[in-house]
Design a protein around this ligand. Structure first.
Ligand code: CAA
Length: 264
């Protein structure tokens, strides 16, 4: 199945969806239209049944850029009020992405700068090609990250490294990003999507309700105090005992066979 928007391509293969940002003339920079079309695509995917949507890949068109940031040409003449709307729109679309129930992997195939890195940070994992360059260069434009970067980067790599990257605006290589714990895997451009699919294939053999509950627990407990976090985890843990899948998973272990999960 494939759907072409003006700035995106949305397609699926074996219930894994790929959302490809497609603005080659601007290194896939995010303008208002991309954000609107992304919101529409995420709504579409979030309404699908468990069988039809089990994972999502976010990537950029071509071999040069994942996303080179928010569209600077479109931002040039924004008033502070318009910038507030634009920033809030980016934050809200990326938040919807982060809240999707299914696992989301950013396949970073080149420059992931500014809003591009902020987009990748809203995904569950980041896999990067070895030519990728990542950074939040907004200070070079006299700006700060505006699509969640100041919030998510420090949570991803710690305050000190986040401050250094944001204050300097430095672009780092994929291997440096790997060392920092910002990306999960670095591979060649040719191997990027195959490696992402391989990771999904292994996740798809696991209990889907359990993967969903893991995602929910990690996301929800992220900014809770530790006691409330434990409480939420215990609730999620106990709820899974009402599922047929958990019975099947534990029974399969005792019978020394592979579990057949049904998603309920
Ligand atoms: N917005 C709009 N257009 C962009 C763009 C962006 N973020 N990034 C690249 N482009 C355009 C260029 O203007 C150029 O178009 P023209 O051919 O019409 O001039 C085309 O894409 C190709 O780019 P370059 O010629 O610059 O390619 P390069 O190989 O020389 O450099 C690059 C590549 C280092 C990524 C450089 O394009 C660059 O620095 N881009 C801007 C990166 C950036 O600052 N991103 C942060 C944006 S601000 C932001 O994201 C705010 C936020 O948090 C919400």
């Amino acid at each position: 199945m494939a759907y072409d928007f003006k700035t995106l391509k949305l397609s699926s293969q074996n219930s894994i969806w790929t959302l490809e940002i497609h603005r080659p003339e601007a290194l896939n920079a995010l303008n208002n239209l991309v954000l609107s079309e992304m919101a529409e695509s995420l709504r579409f995917i979030s309404e699908m049944s468990f069988e039809d949507a089990r994972g999502l890949i976010i990537t950029g068109h071509g071999e040069k850029a994942f996303v080179a940031g928010a569209d600077i040409k479109e931002m040039l003449n924004l008033s502070p009020e318009e910038a507030l709307q634009f920033g809030k729109k980016g934050q809200s679309v990326f938040h919807e992405l982060a809240l999707l129930k299914i696992p989301v992997i950013a396949a970073v195939n080149g420059f992931a700068l500014g809003g591009g890195l902020e987009l990748a940070l809203a995904c569950d994992f980041i896999f990067a090609s070895d030519n990728a360059k990542l950074g939040l260069p907004e200070v070079s434009l006299g700006l700060i990250p505006g699509f969640g970067g100041t919030v998510r980067l420090s949570r991803a790599i710690g305050l000190r490294k986040a401050r250094e990257l944001i204050y300097s605006g430095d672009m780092i290589t994929a291997s440096r990003a790997y060392e920092m714990g910002l990306v999960n895997l670095v591979t060649t451009q040719a191997e990027l999507l195959p490696q992402v699919m391989k990771r999904f294939e292994s996740i798809l053999t696991k209990g889907p309700l359990a993967v969903e509950a893991s995602k929910k627990a990690i996301l929800t407990t992220w900014d809770l105090d530790i006691e409330k976090g434990f409480e939420f985890e215990a609730e999620q843990f106990s709820e899974l005992f009402a599922s047929l899948d958990s019975k099947e998973g534990m029974k399969a272990f005792t019978e020394k066979r592979k579990a057949q999960f049904q998603g309920h």
